[in-house]
Design a protein around this ligand. Structure first.
Ligand code: GUN
Length: 307
């Protein structure tokens, strides 16, 4: 007789994100009524990268739907660093703008670190400024990168108290892996960050109660890397050829995560799908951060929005 394993429960990031956007919208409306402050987000995009254009359009539309001010600054690929820094200085000084996001990647001729470092840390809704990285590391209130913040909300909503759980994060990026490690340490998890040089990665992953995949390699994490019953958070958004050979030859693609979902769902206890898992949480948390920044600028304690 073969052992019966229950299929994993799906973590519905899309629904959680929609509800979070609603909570942010309601809290923002109360902030405006009570204190005359309408949260404002400025998004800056340089160049024509098609994926970035889609992200930026989605951010603008969602911000407006939440009743916030949304300004998008579209700059030519040829924009020089001086002009970009001048725009950031103007946005830093604009009292109606509480959040500033510079879409990455920037063109090669621009020094991204210098640009991110020029953003007022209290308006840095991406949480990429070294001041916010430091605040997160030492447990001070700051602004936390949106994707790992969204992952943490989904984990707390699914599991409640995370303390004592073994968390393995595959990927050490500044945008996801490292801040995710800080957040999970803050929840008293035992955290391991794995990367391309990690030895025996499948064995390491099998120790994880919480497995976060954030490497940008399609379906790298296999089903037999997962401890039965573990919670799997798939941050990957990878375009691969369509399953249908004819469509693939026509150039049709589909989106997959960093986890082999069809295998993982047979082993994991809970798993985020791709699409519809972590992805929608990023924009929702961007709005939450903008609301938080607006409250702090107004000297008001933000309402609790997360799980
Ligand atoms: N490009 C891809 N992801 C992100 C993100 O989270 N923030 C910014 N600014 N650019 C990105």
């Amino acid at each position: 007789m073969t052992a019966e394993t229950a299929r994993a429960t799906l973590i519905d990031g899309k629904a959680y994100a929609a509800a979070l956007v609603d909570r942010v919208a309601a809290a923002s409306a109360r902030l405006e009524t009570a204190h005359g402050v309408k949260p404002g987000l400025a998004v800056v995009i340089v160049g024509e990268d098609p994926a970035s254009q889609i992200y930026v359009r989605n951010k603008g539309e969602t911000t407006q739907r939440a009743g916030m001010r949304s300004d998008t600054h579209r700059l030519a690929d040829s924009t020089n660093q001086e002009d970009l820094l001048a725009l950031i200085a103007a946005l830093n000084a604009d009292a109606g703008i509480h959040g500033i996001l510079v879409q990455l990647p920037l063109p090669a001729h621009i020094d991204s670190a210098a640009v991110l470092g020029a953003i007022d840390p209290d308006k840095d809704v991406d949480g990429f400024h070294v001041v916010n990285v430091g605040r997160l590391a030492v447990g001070l209130p700051g602004l936390v990168p949106c994707t790992p913040l969204g992952c943490l909300m989904l984990l707390k909503d699914a599991l409640g108290d995370l303390s004592g759980l073994n968390a393995v994060i595959v990927g050490r990026s500044n945008i996801v892996g490292k801040p995710m490690a800080q957040l999970l340490l803050g929840e008293s998890c035992t955290v391991t960050v794995a990367h391309s040089r990690t030895r025996d990665l499948p064995d390491l992953c099998r120790t994880a109660d919480i497995l976060v995949a954030a490497v940008g390699r399609p379906e790298m994490v296999r089903g037999d890397w997962i401890k039965p019953g573990a919670t799997v958070i798939d941050v990957g958004i990878n375009r691969v050829p369509s399953r249908d050979t004819v469509k693939a030859l026509e150039g049709k693609t589909r989106v997959v995560g960093d986890v082999a979902f069809d295998e993982a769902i047979e082993v994991a206890g809970r798993i985020t799908p791709v699409p519809g898992g972590v992805g929608p949480m990023t924009i929702a948390c961007l709005l939450a951060n903008t609301y938080t920044a607006a409250c702090r600028a107004a000297g008001v304690t933000p309402e609790e929005l997360g799980a």
